[in-house]
Design a protein around this ligand. Structure first.
Ligand code: WTA
Length: 658
C-alpha cells in the first residue's frame, strides 16, 4: 500500500487445479461448499450453534449464540455456556475409545529422540502440572508465561493452564529478554515457565539467562519453573526457581485434577503480535468461541479424520502452533506431531524423512520453508516414501506460484490438494482457504472464504470494489475465533481493528478478488513486515535502533527476499560523533537482536545523513520501499519532499550496498 492509497497487483496466474474426489470428505464438492456457505451467512446463529454442539463438549449449554457490536467493540459467542478447553482436548477422549491412541508424537532434534503421549498419558501429565501450578499459587484468571523450546512440556504446560483457567501467554523462544520482559509486564504474569536452552541445528542456544535478565524487571512474577532440555548450565534463584521434575515428583502432587468450569467468554490465552504502531499487542482469545473455531477449521480445512496423523511444522510460540498443533487436533482427538528442530538439520530431507517415519497424512508448513527446501534440489524429496500424504497446507504469507508448483509436484506427486490458508493471530483460525476436496485451486490464491466468514475487499471509503481491483481486506460479521480484545487496552482494540472502516473488522492486509471470487492477498497495508512468515512492526525495529546511543534516526522497510519473502532493510542516520562502517553495522544488528530477537535483526543497514521527509517531517516510506524494491523509476510524487536531493543520495547508497 502506498501513500496514494492505491493497491496494485501484477499477478498473471491463470492455472486451475481441480480437487481430487473423496466420497468421505467433510465437504465433497464446490456445490456443497456453496450451499453450506450460503446457509452459514443467512443463518449465522444456526450454523455456528450446530458446529459448536457437534465439535465440543459443553458442561452447560449457552443461552445466546452471538451478541455483538463492532462499534463498541464487543463480541460475545455462546454466552452462558460453560466448558473447559483442556477437558475438550483430553478428558472426553478417555471415554470415547481414544484413551490409548497417540495424542502427541514428539520428534526431538535427533532422530532417535521420540516421545509418544497417548491421550491417557497426556491427561495425567497435564493434571499433574495443573496441580503444580496450583501449588505455586496460580488461581483461575492468573496469567502464566511460557518461554520454552518445542518440547512436550510446552504443550503440557498450556493445557495445564487452561485446565485451571489461567490464561497462558507463550513467548516464542527466539525473542530476547527485553521482549520477554515487556510481554510479561504487559499482562502481569504470576508464574513463568522457561527452559535451560534451545537445541537448534546441533547448537545450544541458552534460554534461562534471558528469563533471568527479564525477571529482574518483572515485579509480578512470583515463581519460575525450569525445564532442562539442552543440558547447558543454569543459574537457579533460591526461592523463585524450581525444576520441573522436582515439582512433578512432589509426593503431594497427584494426577487427579478436576478441571475448572469456564464461561464461554473467559480468556483462554494471550498472544503478542506486532501491529503498525508501538509495542506488540496482547491479542486475547476466549474459551468457547476459539475452541469451536480451532476445531471447526482443523476438521474442515484439513479434512481431519480419526486415523490421520497431522503435522503442523510451526512453533507453538506462534498462533499456528496454538491452533493446529495443540487445540484443534487434540479437540478432535487426532494424532498431532510436534517437531523440535529445523527443516534442514541434519540435512534438507528432514521434513520428508519425518513424514515417512510417522506416515504423516496432513502436512502443514510455511512458504518460506518450501522455498528454502526447493532451493536445495529435488534429490532430497526423492529419498523418502511420501505416499501417506493426503493433504498439504501452507500459511504465513502469500505463496509464490513457483513454490506452489514445486510443493504440488515434488511433495504432492502432482495430485494432492494444497490448502493455502490465510488467517491471523487475531482470527484464531483459518479464514480464507480452500476445502481440500471441494475447491478448485489457483496457485498463489487463498481461494474462498470459509463458511461463516463474510469477507470483502473495500476501498478506503469502505465501499466494496469490483473484480480484480485491489483494496483492503475486511470481514463484515463476527466469527467465533476472532479476538476479543487487546489485553488491557480496549482503546487500541477499537482503533486498530474497527475504526478504519466502521462496522467491519479490518485485517490490515491488501487483496483483490478475481472474477471467480477468489482472493489474492497482496500483503500488509500497514507498516508490518513479514519475515519468513513472522510479523514484525517497523515501528518496533525503528525504536530498537534509535535506542542505541549512536543512532539519531532510523526508518525500516521490507525488502523482497528470495527465501524469507521479505527481509529487513534499515536506513539509519548516525549522530555526528559516530562513524559509519562495518563495526557499527554489526553493533546495531546485535543491538536489535538483543532488544527484540534474532528474527528482527536488519539484513541490510544503509547509513544516510538524512531521510526523505515531507515538509511536516513525516518520513516518506513509500520512497524508501520503492528503492529497496529496485523500482526507482516509479517513485511517484516527490514534490512534497522537503529536500528532494536526499532521494538521489539514497539511491546511490543503495546501489553501492546491493
Ligand atoms: C500474512 C499467521 C498470504 C498476512 C497465521 C496476515 C498470509 C499475517 C497468509 C498474519 C496466506 C498469513 N497468504 N498472507 N496464506 N497467511 N498471511 O498473525 O499478512 O502471524 O495478516 O498469523 O500473515 O500473521 P500472523
Amino acid at each position: 500500500m502506498n501513500e496514494e492509497n492505491k493497491i496494485e497487483s501484477l499477478s498473471t496466474e491463470h492455472r486451475i487445479f481441480n480437487p481430487p474426489t473423496n466420497p468421505t470428505a467433510c465437504v465433497k464438492s464446490l456445490e456443497e461448499y456453496k450451499a453450506i456457505y450460503d446457509r452459514s451467512i443467512n443463518d449465522m446463529d444456526g450454523f455456528w450453534a450446530e458446529r459448536a454442539e457437534e465439535l465440543l463438549t459443553w458442561d452447560r449449554k449457552w443461552d445466546t449464540v452471538l451478541e455483538y457490536d463492532f462499534d463498541k467493540p464487543e463480541i460475545k459467542w455462546f454466552e452462558g455456556g460453560k466448558l473447559n478447553a483442556s477437558a475438550n482436548c483430553l478428558d472426553r477422549h478417555l471415554e470415547n475409545g481414544r484413551r490409548n491412541k497417540a495424542a502427541l508424537i514428539w520428534q526431538g532434534e535427533q532422530d532417535n529422540e521420540v516421545k509418544v503421549y497417548t491421550y491417557d498419558m497426556l491427561h495425567r501429565e497435564v493434571c499433574r502440572f495443573a496441580n503444580v501450578l496450583k501449588k505455586l499459587g496460580v488461581e483461575k484468571g492468573d496469567r502464566v508465561s511460557i518461554y520454552l523450546p518445542m518440547i512436550p512440556e510446552l504443550a503440557i504446560a498450556m493445557l495445564a493452564c487452561t485446565r485451571i483457567g489461567a490464561p497462558h501467554t507463550i513467548i516464542f523462544a527466539g525473542f530476547s529478554s527485553n521482549s520477554l520482559r515487556d510481554r510479561i509486564n504487559d499482562c502481569g504474569v504470576k508464574v513463568h515457565i522457561t527452559g535451560d536452552g534451545v537445541l537448534r541445528g546441533g547448537r545450544v542456544i541458552p534460554l534461562k539467562p534471558n528469563s533471568d535478565e527479564a525477571l529482574k524487571e518483572c515485579p509480578t512474577v512470583e515463581q519460575c519453573v525450569v525445564v532442562p532440555r539442552a543440558g547447558n548450565e543454569v543459574n537457579m534463584v533460591e526461592g523463585r526457581d524450581h525444576l520441573w521434575a522436582d515439582l512433578m515428583s512432589d509426593p503431594d502432587i497427584t494426577d487427579n485434577c478436576p478441571y475448572e468450569l469456564m464461561d464461554s467468554e473467559d480468556p483462554l490465552f494471550i498472544l503478542y503480535t506486532s501491529g503498525s504502531t508501538g509495542k506488540p499487542k496482547g491479542v486475547f482469545h476466549t474459551t468457547g468461541g476459539y475452541m469451536t473455531y480451532a476445531a471447526h477449521t482443523c476438521q474442515w480445512v484439513f479434512d481431519l479424520k480419526d486415523d490421520d496423523v497431522h503435522w503442523c511444522t510451526a512453533d507453538i510460540g506462534w498462533v499456528t502452533g496454538h491452533s493446529y498443533i495443540v487445540y484443534g487436533p487434540l479437540a478432535l482427538g487426532a494424532t498431532s506431531v510436534m517437531f523440535e528442530s529445523v527443516p534442514t538439520y541434519p540435512d534438507p530431507a528432514r521434513f520428508w524423512q519425518i513424514c515417512e517415519k510417522f506416515r504423516v497424512n496432513i502436512f502443514y508448513t510455511a512458504p518460506t520453508a518450501i522455498r528454502a527446501l526447493m532451493r536445495e534440489g529435488d534429490q532430497w524429496t526423492e529419498k523418502y516414501d511420501l505416499s501417506s500424504l493426503r493433504i498439504l497446507g501452507t500459511v504465513g504469507e502469500p505463496i509464490n506460484p513457483e513454490a506452489w508448483m514445486w510443493y504440488h509436484n515434488q511433495i504432492g506427486g502432482g495430485k494432492l490438494p494444497i490448502v493455502d490458508t490465510w488467517w491471523q493471530t487475531e482470527t484464531g483460525g483459518h479464514v480464507l482457504s480452500p476445502l481440500p476436496y471441494a475447491t478448485p485451486l489457483k496457485p498463489g490464491s487463498a481461494t474462498l472464504p470459509l463458511p461463516g466468514i463474510d469477507a470483502a475487499i473495500v476501498d478506503r471509503h469502505g465501499n466494496e470494489v469490483g473484480p480484480n481491483e485491489g483494496g483492503f481486506l475486511v470481514i463484515r460479521k463476527p466469527w467465533p475465533g476472532m479476538l476479543r480484545g487487546v489485553w488491557g487496552n480496549q482503546e487500541r482494540f477499537k482503533q486498530q481493528y474497527f475504526q478504519g472502516f466502521p462496522g467491519v473488522y479490518e485485517s490490515g492486509d491488501g487483496a483483490r478478488r478475481d472474477e471467480d471470487g477468489y482472493f489474492w492477498i497482496m500483503g500488509r497495508v500497514d507498516d508490518v513486515i513479514n519475515v519468513s512468515g513472522h510479523r514484525l512492526g517497523t515501528a518496533e525495529i525503528e525504536s530498537a535502533l534509535v535506542s542505541h546511543p549512536a543512532v539519531s534516526e532510523a526508518a525500516v522497510v521490507g525488502m523482497p527476499h528470495e527465501i524469507k519473502g521479505q527481509s529487513i532493510y534499515a536506513y539509519v542516520t548516525l549522530k555526528a560523533e559516530f562513524d559509519e562502517g562495518e563495526d557499527i553495522t554489526k553493533e546495531l544488528r546485535n543491538h536489535v537482536r538483543k532488544e527484540i530477537g534474532p528474527l528482527a535483526a536488519p539484513e541490510v543497514i544503509q547509513f544516510s545523513p538524512s531521510l526523505p521527509k515531507t515538509r511536516s517531517g513525516k518520513i516518506m516510506r513509500r520512497i524508501l520501499r520503492k528503492i529497496v524494491e529496485g523500482d526507482t523509476a516509479n517513485l511517484g510524487d516527490t514534490s512534497t519532499l522537503a529536500d528532494p536531493s536526499v532521494v538521489t543520495a539514497l539511491i546511490e547508497g543503495y546501489h553501492e550496498i546491493m
